[in-house]
Design a protein around this ligand. Structure first.
Ligand code: SAH
Ligand code: SF4
Length: 360
């Protein structure tokens, strides 16, 4: 019982460790030693923190825990997209995806190694095209469960992550405080030291939280999953639009853009016969110009059991050239080999269903 109440040590900020030490009458420099063990040397127990007095190690262990992600499956290999399925301490399953070097989609230069992290178990927003929402929402991840996705992937691959996108399972802005805390740890010089401009949060359009995020002293980037340039189209595929319609969403984007120096990204999945018309392309370009947003077009990844499909290559290219024709900076994802590059949420769903159906 007591163990469950302990906070995970990977969810602590440096000043919180300092306060804890001060309350114990410990020397302040111990805090730096502790974060070095956590994020430089990457130990997985307090026992291994060999330059701390034994009594302090025991005190830390009685107060905090080391959460571990258990790796259930890894798909893919070096130089391709790799998917990691993790089991959390309460048996929930989450996914992370490691994407190898590719031309910059979110960062500034080449993205090098990008990790796509999950922020919730499941998702409550139920977009009609997405595997993550199919099974509903279970719970928020805490900051350490987000940070540990990076640690576990770096440990498993021996590679350093350069770029982080919050585009895995879940709606990051519905779990804002844990996401902001995780970003602080990922960004900190004493933590994982990944530059804020290499960290991108993606949202399906939670307008009030976009404004809240704009007021946070963070320099991370923001991507909006637009997927439709009119309320008609968004209402059809994204229930969140009935709560925050396009006008409300774009007003929140305006506010965000006024508070930050980096441009917003509009994510736009191309779904055949749903949002891929020329009219939508023109309207999308109009919204992008108004907000000063860049556009990332992503051909839809089919999800088993869902009716949607990706449009032909020709339609994708036409859509791109219309958007660009308005002077908007836009990219179209063209890589091949999308067999496992399917959007987050799918691997978990497969495994969960297989486990549910497995004979006991
Ligand atoms: N909930 C947040 C972040 C996670 S989803 C959001 O919706 O933005 C990350 C991205 O993957 C979103 O842009 C989402 O629309 C997209 N996505 C979901 N299912 C997809 C699919 N089958 N094919 C391509 N992209 C997909
Ligand atoms: Fe949730 Fe994003 Fe999937 Fe929509 S696209 S169901 S918000 S994870």
């Amino acid at each position: 019982m007591q163990t469950a109440a302990k906070r995970s040590v990977h969810s602590l900020l440096l000043d919180e460790i300092e306060s804890f030490l001060a309350a114990q009458n410990e020397k302040p420099y111990r805090a730096k030693q502790i974060v070095d063990w956590l994020y430089e040397k990457r130990v997985d127990s307090f026992d291994q923190m060999s330059d701390l007095p034994q009594a302090l190690r025991e005190r830390l262990a009685s107060e905090f825990r080391f959460g571990e992600l258990e790796t259930v499956r890894v798909l893919g290999s070096k130089d391709t997209t790799r998917k990691f399925l993790f089991r959390l301490s309460d048996d929930s399953l989450i996914e992370s995806v490691l994407i190898p070097a590719s031309p910059a989609l979110y960062g500034e230069r080449s993205d090098r190694r990008t990790i796509c992290v999950s922020t919730q178990v499941g998702c409550a927003y139920g977009c009609k095209f997405c595997a993550s929402g199919l099974d509903g929402f279970s719970r928020n991840l805490d900051a350490s469960e987000i940070v540990q996705q990076l640690l576990a992937v770096e440990k498993a691959t021996g590679e350093r992550i350069d770029n982080v996108v919050f585009m895995g399972m879940g709606e990051p802005l519905a779990n804002l405080s844990n996401v902001v805390r995780a970003i602080r740890i990922i960004n900190a010089p004493w933590g994982l030291e990944i530059g804020a401009r290499h960290i991108t949060i993606s949202t399906s359009g939670l307008a009030p939280q976009i404004k809240k995020l704009a007021d946070e002293p963070l320099q991370s980037r923001l991507a909006i999953s637009l997927h439709g340039a009119t309320d008609d189209v968004r209402n059809r595929i994204m229930p969140v639009n009935r709560k925050y319609d396009l006008t409300t969403l774009l007003a929140a984007c305006d506010y965000y853009a006024s508070r930050r120096k980096h441009r917003i990204y509009f994510e736009y999945i191309l779904i055949g016969g749903v949002n891929d018309s020329e009219e939508q392309a023109h309207l999308l370009a109009g919204h992008s110009r108004r907000i000063g947003a860049r556009v990332n077009l992503i051909p839809y990844n089919t999800v088993a059991g869902l009716e949607w499909s990706r449009p032909s290559r020709e339609i994708q290219e036409r859509f791109l050239s219309i958007v660009r024709g308005h002077g908007v900076v836009a990219t179209l994802r063209r890589e091949k080999g999308h067999d496992i590059d399917a959007a987050c949420g799918q691997l978990r769903l497969q495994t969960k269903r297989a486990e549910e159906n497995a004979p006991v």
